[in-house]
Design a protein around this ligand. Structure first.
Ligand code: FES
Length: 74
């Protein structure tokens, strides 16, 4: 489904960009120009972005976690 008709950006593309690290509307706009023409797509894009971020698995690196120390390293 197209979210941004002006720039031909689909929900699938937004989800892919989120999986590649995009996490803000600005990130999406920088990559696709989404929302830079008429702007009517912005609320829908924000919704798709929010859902895509919620579906992302949490990575330990996102939490600032470090690998457990071993006895030799301690
Ligand atoms: S529909 Fe996205 S800028 Fe017009």
């Amino acid at each position: 489904m197209y979210v941004c008709v002006c720039k031909a950006v689909s929900d699938t593309r937004i989800k892919r960009l989120v999986s590649e690290g995009a996490c803000t509307l600005r990130d999406l706009s920088r990559e696709t120009a989404l929302g830079t023409c008429c702007g009517i797509c912005v609320p829908a894009a924000r919704q798709v972005l929010s859902e895509a971020l919620s579906a992302q698995p949490i990575r330990l690196s996102d939490l600032g976690a470090r690998a457990p120390m071993t006895a030799a390293a301690a």
